[in-house]
Each structure stands twice: as structure tokens, then as C-alpha cells.
Design a protein around this ligand. Structure first.
Ligand SMILES: NC(=O)c1ccc[n+]([C@@H]2O[C@H](COP(=O)([O-])OP(=O)(O)OC[C@H]3O[C@@H](n4cnc5c(N)ncnc54)[C@H](O)[C@@H]3O)[C@@H](O)[C@H]2O)c1
Length: 308
């Protein structure tokens, strides 16, 4: 195919990203992981599904960064999950050192690629990748807000018994407890949800959205969500590869927008072939702006502890 996309980390999220990319006939896909054989096995398995799933993408599994050469985009899903006894700082140190290796591999083999970060803690890893890579902010961004928005949309649809696809939503801020769902911009076929349900239900759905990742973790008992996270990442890749100029939330470097700077956090952007082509600055209400600033403050603290 014309385009080549690399997915680093062939775990639950990475393999699902590869599957959705192939099924969308978007690009050839390289799956890279440190575990020997596993990315090769998943790529072969996905290739064997192609004849009846209707795709012709070439899927390659590898442990060698040389195979990512020529990639237009790299989706980073490599990382470890927090295990019992592991502090938040330990996780940060471990995942940022994994990202260091990933960035070095990209710089040496696919320096032209845009980087979409999915690894957690998302907004921190996006900032770290941006700084380590030295790439412009248009070319390094993170996926979180699309996932949080589609969770909000799903909960609205389930609450009202309407089509999932008729819903719209916008979630800003960091990926975690401090995210900022915006009910003013959440609607069913353009009708704001506050006209369709009472305020206590709106607040309940906001809370469920904030806890959306945790709800899945509690149900799965081991591991975390991957179908919706992968779908969200592929939506962003598609916007770039097809130059769709989609308005989506993304974790991006802010430089004064919303009164914030030198931080990556979720904000609405236009995604197209140039990557983050524009940050959209909404007129936020006082409480929304305060929530966004509170979210940013928690990340600033973490970045400072990392020496930024
Ligand atoms: N941003 C989001 O919305 C979102 C949503 C879900 C998950 N995540 C994050 O995505 C990441 C992946 O989640 P998952 O469920 O797929 O985990 P997983 O454990 O199934 O997969 C992670 C993979 O990364 C690989 N890996 C580790 N070190 C590596 C390295 N140096 N180079 C290449 N690969 C390496 C592992 O071998 C493993 O296969 C986690 O950090 C998770 O927290 C983010």
C-alpha cells in the first residue's frame, strides 16, 4: 500500500491498532515489540484473517527498528502497567526510559515520521516524547481525548437509548481523574444533552466518563481497555493519512492557548496531513477553565519532578 504505519508495542492496544488499521485499508503495518516472536506471530495471524476480512495490507512483525524505515506515522503503545508495590514514580521512570529507546529507534530509522503517543501516563509521555525527539509540536501528539469523548458518547447513547453514532462530545484536559468533559458541547444530533436529560444524569455520566478506564479495569481484573483505545488511535491516524482536517481532542503542546504553556494536555485540534494543524481555542466558562487549570497543575508538578 502507499503508506506505512509502525505500531511500537504489540500488546493488547498495539495489536488492536494493527487490526483496525488493516481493516480500514489505511496502510501497511509494522508491529514492533521487544518480545521475540510475539509481534511476528500477531502479524502473521492478522495477515491470515485478511482474505475474509477484506484487506490487502502487508503486516510485518519485528524486533528490529530497521524495519520501521519509511513509516509515515509511528503509534507508540509500548509500556508496562503498574504492578502491586510499584509507585507512580517507578512507573514514570520505567515508561519514560522505554520511550527514550523508542524515540532513539525512530530518530535513527524513521526521522520523518509523526509520532502518536498512547503509552501512559499519556500527557506526561507525550511531553517527554516531544522534548526527547526535538520534533515540532505539530508532529508529536497524544491520544486520550478521543477515547474519553467516545466513552462519554457511548454513555449518552446508552442513557437515552439512541444510536451511538448520533452522539457528539468533547473532553479536554488530562487523561485521568482530572479530565474535563464539556457537557455544553455534548449532544445527540446537535441537540445539547441538557435538553434531553436532567442535570443529575448529566453529572452521573460525566463521573462515569472520568472513571471510564477504571470501570473496565475492575471488570477485566487483569489488564486494561484496548478496543476503544485502539479505535481512538486509529481515528487520529486516519485523520492524518487521509488529510481529513478532523476536529478532535488531542494531547498537544500548549503555548499560551487557554492560558497554559510548556505542557501537553488535551485540547481540541484540527488533525490533517500536517499533523496538528491548529489548536482550537474555545471560550470556556469560569468553572471549565478552572478545571482545566487544575488538571494542568497536576501534570506540571510531575514534569517538574522529572527535571523539566
Ligand atoms: N492513552 C490511552 O487512552 C490509553 C488507553 C489504554 C492503554 N493505554 C496505555 O497503552 C500502553 C499499552 O497498553 P496495553 O494494554 O497494550 O499493554 P500490554 O502490556 O498489553 O502491551 C505493552 C507492550 O509493550 C511492549 N514493550 C515493553 N517495552 C517495550 C520496548 N522498549 N519497546 C517495544 N515494546 C515494548 C511489551 O512487550 C508489551 O507487548 C500502556 O502504557 C497503557 O497504559 C493508553
Amino acid at each position: 500500500m502507499e503508506n506505512k504505519i509502525t505500531v511500537i508495542g504489540a500488546g493488547n492496544v498495539g495489536a488492536s491498532v494493527a487490526q483496525y488499521l488493516a481493516e480500514a485499508n489505511l496502510a501497511d503495518v509494522v508491529l514492533l515489540d521487544v518480545v521475540e516472536g510475539m509481534p511476528q506471530g500477531k502479524a502473521l495471524d492478522l495477515t491470515e484473517a485478511g482474505p475474509i476480512r477484506g484487506y490487502n495490507a502487508r503486516l510485518t512483525g519485528t524486533n528490529d527498528y530497521r524495519d520501521i524505515a519509511g513509516s509515515r506515522m509511528v503509534v507508540v503503545t509500548a509500556g508496562v502497567a503498574r504492578t502491586p508495590g510499584m509507585s507512580r514514580e517507578d512507573l514514570l521512570a520505567k515508561n519514560s526510559s522505554i520511550l527514550d529507546k523508542v524515540v532513539a529507534g525512530i530518530q535513527a530509522n524513521a526521522p520523518q515520521a509523526m509520532i502518536l503517543v498512547v503509552s501512559n501516563p499519556l500527557d506526561i509521555m507525550t511531553y517527554h516524547t516531544l522534548r526527547k525527539s526535538g520534533l515540532p509540536k505539530t508532529r508529536v501528539f497524544g491520544q486520550a481525548g478521543v477515547l474519553d469523548s467516545i466513552r462519554f458518547r457511548a454513555f449518552v447513547a446508552m442513557e437515552l437509548g439512541v444510536a451511538l453514532t448520533d452522539t457528539q462530545a468533547m473532553v479536554m484536559g488530562g487523561h485521568g481523574d482530572t479530565m474535563v468533559p464539556l457537557p455544553r458541547y455534548t449532544a445527540v444530533s446537535g441537540i445539547p444533552i441538557r435538553e434531553l436529560m436532567p442535570e443529575d444524569r448529566v453529572q452521573a455520566l460525566i463521573q462515569r466518563t472520568r472513571d471510564g478506564g477504571g470501570e473496565i479495569v475492575r471488570l477485566l481484573k487483569s489488564g486494561s481497555a484496548y478496543y476503544a483505545p485502539a479505535a481512538a488511535a486509529v481515528e487520529m491516524v486516519k485523520a492524518v493519512i487521509r488529510d481529513e482536517k478532523k476536529l478532535l481532542p488531542a494531547s498537544v503542546l500548549l503555548e499560551g492557548e487557554y492560558g497554559l504553556s510548556d505542557i501537553c494536555i488535551g485540547a481540541p485540534v484540527i488533525l490533517g496531513s500536517g499533523g496538528v494543524e491548529r489548536v482550537i481555542e474555545l471560550e470556556l466558562a469560569e468553572d471549565e477553565r478552572a478545571a482545566l487549570h487544575a488538571s494542568a497543575a497536576t501534570y506540571k508538578e510531575i514534569l517538574t519532578s522529572m527535571g523539566y
